[in-house]
Design a protein around this ligand. Structure first.
Ligand code: PGA
Length: 257
């Protein structure tokens, strides 16, 4: 695959002609961080996302590992979220997703991989979440955070109503989010009702943030996010507090801007 040729709208918004090109652009930005940290002999701390959006990004990173020798040995990863009440082996767990799309195909060290666990017991979740935050801080924060956006404006599982100062915690999934997941779980009743998610504050602390949105389904929420004032009702609007956030869209996701 070749590097994408993009049409910049503003400095921090790139609109790429296709989903593939937007994904390749994103993968290159992440790979550049990994490589520049390697040159310094440092860890690259990646904040990673799941869902349909990052699949081609991970595919491109795997290609770069296999064909261009991109090593993940200096990568420390922290995932945004996980469904609560399912095991890492569950076919729809985010642990499984990350292994399937990225970790099983690159040379990341297993001890450098971090995700919340859906098996954390309810009475210990607060302590686990605090430890997750502390671990991110131990690595001096996230160097580059990849984000998708939900059609209700959630980022990670920070559902509408999530406050700006929220940190990693257990959250009730919004009916909208559960409906969107009903097909893959084989029915709404099988979709978990809760998840563990990094908070808005956790995300906003990342040194760099890339928000990737692909396809027509995302056009409406992208428009709303850009047009609305910051509000907990559309958690993605909080990203406006950081003018340096990099938005990468395909033409369809950007079609209503
Ligand atoms: P998607 O989900 O990538 O599957 O569209 C994005 C999200 O809900 O954050």
């Amino acid at each position: 695959m070749t590097k994408a040729s993009n049409i910049p709208i503003e400095n921090n918004i790139q609109v790429c002609p296709t989903q593939e090109q937007a994904s390749i652009t994103t993968a290159h930005l992440i790979a550049d961080v990994i490589k520049s940290k390697q040159e310094l002999g440092e860890f690259a701390v990646l904040g990673l996302a799941t869902g349909n959006t990052p699949k081609l990004v991970y595919q491109e990173l795997v290609q770069m590992h296999k064909n261009q020798g991109l090593s993940f040995k200096n990568v420390i990863s922290f995932n945004l979220d996980e469904y609560h009440g399912i095991t890492p082996a569950h076919r729809l767990s985010y642990h499984r997703f990350m292994r399937t799309y990225l970790f099983d195909h690159v040379d990341i060290l297993p001890e450098n991989i971090h995700l919340p666990f859906g098996t954390w017991e309810l009475n210990k979740i607060e302590a686990h979440c605090a430890a997750y935050e502390a671990k991110i801080n131990d690595y001096n924060g996230i160097d580059i955070q990849l984000l998708g956006i939900g059609r209700n404006g959630h980022i990670a599982f920070n559902e509408p109503g999530s406050p700006f100062d929220s940190v990693t915690r257990l959250i009730d999934l919004h009916p909208f989010t559960r409906n969107d997941a009903a097909d893959e779980f084989g029915g709404l009743d099988k979709v978990p009702t809760q998840a563990i998610t990094m908070g808005i504050h956790t995300i906003m602390n990342a040194k760099r943030i890339l928000l990737l949105a692909l396809g027509k389904r995302k056009a409406e929420i992208i428009k709303k996010t850009f047009e609305s004032e910051m509000t907990p009702q559309i958690p993605a609007t909080f990203l406006k507090a950081r003018p340096d956030i990099e938005y990468i869209f395909d033409t369809e996701a950007a079609s209503l801007l």
